[in-house]
Design a protein around this ligand. Structure first.
Ligand SMILES: Nc1ncnc2c1ncn2[C@@H]1O[C@H](COP(=O)(O)OP(=O)(O)O)[C@@H](O)[C@H]1O
Ligand SMILES: [Mg+2]
Length: 308
């Protein structure tokens, strides 16, 4: 079984999630490389803070989209919370200040910093960023290498928290407006437009025609428990995970040591298969004898991951 049915020719966003060190960056880079090579204009984004794409592609990636050396149609971007916040402030700062300064007398930075502390702003911005790239037609496909599990879910959950947080804001505002006999309502407009934005982003991400979530795990106890937890959490959210990549699988043991490891792995692979074979694709990814680094070795993995 392989990722060849992933349908990167019509879907717009692939999100890779899983715990640290299981191969998220490796598998997302391979997937991005695959679709870029098929002619899809592809952007790979890593929001995991540990340096990753730069190492993988052996170039300085950083927080601006850069073409990946030696691969047509592929751009890469590494973006952490600090940069996200910086951009968020730049994008919404003046708007917020204008709206808020009609209500309160505060310094620009204080207002923005205060609003930027609202729950979910980070995640909201990240999702907004991805959606914007999809909508403005810069890319056909975005492959998102997310920060380790848990955060992936937070990413999807928080826009809801954010929305419900905002729902109470108009009431507070109305009360203030009445109390101070204010005439303008720009803050309310702003909240309404944010709410619309949050809802748009969330519904896009939840639409299976647009977005696919791919869980990466390893055939060990911890990997299985993590997978279980994540799948359950996603399901609680009405999101289905259709693809589970089981990475680092030993295929041809050449020593007693590896034979023992293979036996241990089979136990967990069977567990995963028993629990999740129904309606999901469980894809075993072999452990390579060498590390996967650089475009050449990604190509090697591509052949396996997308084999027909
Ligand atoms: N199938 C594989 N065979 C051999 N090495 C692998 C395989 N998958 C990942 N690796 C190596 O494991 C390390 C961790 O992978 P990485 O993709 O960075 O994990 P994550 O992004 O989940 O933290 C990297 O050094 C990578 O080269
Ligand atoms: Mg990584």
């Amino acid at each position: 079984m392989s990722l060849s049915e992933l349908d990167g020719s019509s879907k717009r966003v692939f999100m890779f999630g899983g715990k640290g060190g299981v191969g998220k960056t490796t598998c997302s880079a391979t997937t991005a490389l695959h679709y870029a090579s098929l002619g899809r204009r592809t952007l790979i984004i890593s929001s995991d803070l540990t340096p990753s794409l730069s190492d993988m592609f052996e170039m300085e990636v950083g927080a601006t989209e850069k073409p990946v050396r030696g691969v047509q149609n592929l751009h890469a971007l590494e973006i952490g919370p600090e940069e996200v916040m910086k951009r968020w402030k730049k994008k919404f700062g003046p708007e917020i200040y204008e709206a808020a300064s009609s209500l309160i007398d505060m310094e620009y930075d204080d207002v923005i910093d205060y609003v930027a502390m609202a729950p979910g702003i980070q995640e909201e911005f990240m999702l907004d960023y991805v959606l914007e790239r999809v909508k403005d037609g810069s890319y056909d496909l975005i492959v998102w290498d997310t920060a380790p599990a848990g955060d992936t879910l937070r990413l999807l959950e928080l826009p809801y928290k954010f929305i419900s947080h905002l729902r109470t804001a108009p009431k507070v505002y109305m009360r203030m407006r009445d109390a101070f006999k204010l005439k303008q309502v720009p803050f309310l407009d702003l909240i309404e437009s944010w709410k619309a934005l949050a809802e748009e982003v969330t519904s896009f991400m939840r639409d299976p025609d647009n977005t696919e979530f791919i869980l990466v795990t390893i055939p060990e106890g911890l990997g299985v428990y993590q997978a279980r937890r994540l799948i359950k959490e996603f399901e609680g959210f009405g999101l289905a995970i259709h693809y589970i990549l089981v990475n680092n699988v030993i295929k041809n043991p050449d020593s007693e040591f590896n034979r023992q490891r293979m036996e241990m792995q089979s136990k967990y692979i069977k567990m995963l298969a028993d629990e999740y074979a129904d309606g999901r694709k469980l894809i075993e990814v072999p452990l390579f004898p060498h590390e996967i680094k650089g475009v050449e070795s990604l190509r090697e993995l591509e052949e396996v991951l997308f084999a027909h």
